[in-house]
Each structure stands twice: as structure tokens, then as C-alpha cells.
Design a protein around this ligand. Structure first.
Ligand SMILES: [Fe+2]
Ligand SMILES: [Fe+2]
Length: 177
């Protein structure tokens, strides 16, 4: 990856328009805990980044176009990760790569990633991951009564919806059956 390329590459995989200002009404540790799941749980931005970067690396040699798509989407997920980290901090949380389940810390681990074998299973898993992320964001949207955070989640859902579109196009092209 080189910096110049990445300045413009990620724009291809995010929806147009600015991201909302990163803000919260007031600190709230429960909201921080919910967002830690989107940040570094099983279905999370960190899992998505790990998966897309791995797919990017494995596609690079033979499938340049797919590699670029995976890289491009991973850069948008990094932006999502960073914005979630900022919100978690404003809520009074600490954006380490973990979630709290039954009062216990569960640290993120790389088994959350679908590594895959070939193009079609990888793209199918990428699409499933985006769908699961949207469902989780929608659940959290309902539980978080903070309009600033809700606006951010809406904007992230918009990007994830676009990722499904991009990945589905690639799947249809490479896996027509
Ligand atoms: Fe994301
Ligand atoms: Fe995404």
C-alpha cells in the first residue's frame, strides 16, 4: 500500500457526503459497551479489517481487481473503527480490542475471521459479514438514545450497504452459478 493511492482509493468504497461530527450527548458506559461489540466483537470493524486485508493479500497475485476491492473496503472499515474508538472514548470507555460478556473481558482474536479458500466462498462470507454488521448496528441504534451516535450509525450502515452492493457485483461476475 502506498499513501498516495490510499488517499483516493478509499473514496471508491464509501458513500458520498461527509461523515457526521463525532459527538455524544453525555458519557454512558452501557452505550460504550454496546459499541465495543461493533468495534471489536465477533461481528465488528476489526474482524472486517482483518478479513479484508487477508483476502486482499491472497487475491493480489492472481486477481488484481478483487484485491483492490478488498483493500478499498478495508480502508473504509478502518475509518469506521477510528470513529467508533473516538465515540467509545467520549462515552467514558477504553477502546481496547475486546468486549465485556457476563462481566468478563473477551479479547478479540483472529479466529473471528473467515480466511476461506477461493474467490466465491470468500466473497460470500464478506457479504454475510456486512449483512450481520448492519443487523447489529440496527439493534444498537434502537438501544442508544443519543442522536449524535445514531447519526453516525446510520452513516456507517450506509457504507456497509454499499459494500454489499460492491461485493455482490464481484460475486456475480466471478461466481455466476
Ligand atoms: Fe464498517
Ligand atoms: Fe463494510
Amino acid at each position: 500500500m502506498n499513501d498516495k493511492k490510499n488517499d483516493t482509493l478509499w473514496l471508491k468504497c464509501s458513500t458520498p457526503g461527509p461523515y457526521p461530527e463525532i459527538k455524544v450527548v453525555r458519557p454512558n458506559l452501557f452505550y460504550a459497551q454496546l459499541l465495543m461489540e461493533d468495534y471489536a466483537g465477533v461481528v465488528s470493524e476489526l474482524s472486517a479489517i482483518g478479513q479484508y486485508v487477508y483476502h486482499y493479500i491472497t487475491f493480489e497475485e492472481k486477481h488484481k481487481e478483487l484485491a483492490e476491492l478488498e483493500e478499498c473496503i478495508s480502508l473504509v472499515e478502518m475509518h469506521h473503527l477510528e470513529m467508533l474508538a473516538q465515540v467509545i472514548r467520549m462515552l467514558g470507555g477504553n477502546p481496547q480490542y475486546k468486549v465485556v460478556k457476563n462481566n468478563q473481558d473477551v479479547y478479540w482474536n483472529s479466529s473471528y475471521i473467515y480466511y476461506g479458500q477461493e474467490i466465491c466462498d470468500r466473497l460470500a462470507s464478506d457479504i454475510e459479514g456486512e449483512k450481520a454488521a448492519i443487523t447489529q448496528y440496527q439493534q444498537h441504534y434502537k438501544l442508544i438514545a443519543d442522536p449524535y451516535i445514531q447519526r453516525l450509525l446510520e452513516r456507517i450502515i450506509q457504507d456497509e450497504t454499499y459494500h454489499i452492493q460492491l461485493l455482490t457485483q464481484a460475486l456475480q461476475k466471478h461466481c455466476p452459478y
